[in-house]
Write a protein that binds this ligand. Structure first.
Ligand SMILES: Cc1cc2nc3c(=O)[nH]c(=O)nc-3n(C[C@H](O)[C@H](O)[C@H](O)COP(=O)(O)OP(=O)(O)OC[C@H]3O[C@@H](n4cnc5c(N)ncnc54)[C@H](O)[C@@H]3O)c2cc1C
Length: 316
């Protein structure tokens, strides 16, 4: 239990949070960063990252985040292992509290709490996560060149993932629990016309099959929800595209959120509905959801926050 007073409080220790912290510390603002329960964010649950610039060889997601943490510490970010549980944005300084009972007083706040992929909840799905099971085709599709993959879902994200993978993989099986897609009509047409994409209607994934040496997915057991019939498909990768949940529960009374719970910011800005509170990364971005875009918006959020502090007279 502690008390922190800071010009800039950053919530979240993913690429967006650490980048905001690095910029704030280098600007001399001694930021405090609450790391949350998942220190390092979503990339800590993946294996190889090949699309973050600066790493000619694949880098393990956990290692990349440890390096960002070290860089943030080296430039002076105070990282505290706390999960923010309460926010009061009604007046400044803003007052926040944590699971440890700590209190934070901040002239401005940068929210970088990310989003969590929704998973099917199968034991083997978890076991093979990062070893054939993924929630991000843009991130991991590259590893499935000329291989057989499946995508689970029926909305726009699933359709986009299937079309993206069809450009890389040998075949894509789109598995949907209903007999029509929820994706936009144009996306549906593209799916239907793509010779590499096959559909499994009225079907759910009942199990993920795989081998331990080398560790990887080899198939999936599908169950037809109408007939109860089961079948096994041979696949090398399973992409779960049933949506993301932004981590905004604690902000829902304090900030404007969209229908899916993402923090609303104007186009090209990180400003939220409360002056002095900024949002960065996946918590405000349902579209790109990449480490490099999250890092970019962490930088942007801090630069906007700094301008705000100047305008408010907190900084000379
Ligand atoms: C399996 C997987 C593989 C991926 N692979 C790639 C890839 O190869 N390349 C790529 O560019 N992207 C990849 N991504 C996407 C990438 O991980 C995200 O786009 C990126 O991590 C988003 O960064 P962020 O900082 O916005 O949030 P996150 O990384 O989600 O971090 C959120 C942070 O907020 C913290 N937090 C949440 N709530 C609270 C709270 N109440 N108080 C304090 N802290 C809180 C969490 O502890 C966490 O530290 C992958 C994602 C997944 C799931």
């Amino acid at each position: 239990m502690a008390e922190y007073k800071t010009k800039v409080l950053i919530i979240g220790s993913g690429p967006a949070g650490y980048t905001a912290g690095i910029y704030a510390a280098r600007a001399g603002l001694s930021p405090v960063l609450a790391a949350g329960l998942q220190k390092g964010g979503q990339l800590t649950i993946t294996t190889d990252v090949e699309n973050f610039p600066g790493f000619p060889e694949p880098i393990n997601g956990g290692e990349l985040m440890r390096r960002m943490e070290k860089q943030a510490e080296n430039v002076g970010v105070k990282i505290v292992a706390e999960q923010i549980t309460g926010v009061d944005f009604s007046s400044r300084p803003f007052v926040l509290s944590s699971d440890n009972g700590s209190r934070f007083y901040a002239d401005c706040v940068i929210i970088a709490t990310g989003a969590s992929a929704r998973w099917l909840g199968l034991a083997n799905e978890e076991k093979f996560r990062g070893f054939g099971v993924s929630a991000c085709a843009t991130c991991d599709g590259f590893f499935y060149r000329n291989k057989n993959v499946a995508v689970v879902g029926g909305g726009n994200t699933a359709a986009e993932e299937a079309l993206y993978l069809a450009g890389i993989a040998k075949s894509v099986t789109l598995i949907h629990r209903r007999n029509e897609l929820r994706a936009d009509k144009i996306m549906q047409e593209r799916i239907m016309q793509n010779p590499k994409i096959a559909l499994e209607w009225d079907s759910v994934v009942e199990d993920v099959l795989g081998s331990d040496t080398p560790k990887g997915v080899t198939g999936a057991v599908l169950k037809n929800v109408k007939t109860g019939a089961r079948k096994t498909i041979d696949i090398d990768g399973l992409f779960v595209a049933i949506g993301h949940k932004p981590n905004t529960e604690i902000f829902k009374e304090a900030l404007a959120l969209d229908d899916n719970g993402y923090i609303i910011t104007p186009a090209g800005s990180c400003q939220t509905s409360v002056p002095g509170v900024f949002a960065a990364g996946d918590v405000k971005d349902s579209l790109y959801r990449q480490a490099v875009t999250a890092a970019g918006s962490g930088c942007q959020a801090f630069l906007e926050a700094e301008r705000f502090l100047h305008a408010e007279g907190v900084l000379d």
